[in-house]
Design a protein around this ligand. Structure first.
Ligand SMILES: [Zn+2]
Length: 69
């Protein structure tokens, strides 16, 4: 089973909980005094069901690039 990381406010799932795509969003929320969405660790199947079928281009893209290099 593939485990991915999602946040309530994100459109993508992430390969890493410390992905810049997640932490960057949290910082943006902090600056604007928005409520930051907690990171959830879920199976890929659940991420898809929740509308986050697309992989984040930052973390997933980086891992793909390093794998092919
Ligand atoms: Zn990511």
């Amino acid at each position: 089973m593939t485990i991915v990381y999602i946040t309530g406010g994100g459109d993508y799932h992430h390969a890493r909980p410390d992905c810049p795509g997640i932490t960057g969003g949290q910082k943006t929320a902090d600056v604007h005094s928005w409520t930051a969405h907690p990171v959830e660790e879920v199976p890929l199947s659940e991420a898809r069901q929740r509308g986050k079928a697309e992989a984040c281009t930052k973390c997933r893209g980086a891992s793909l690039m390093s794998g092919s290099a």
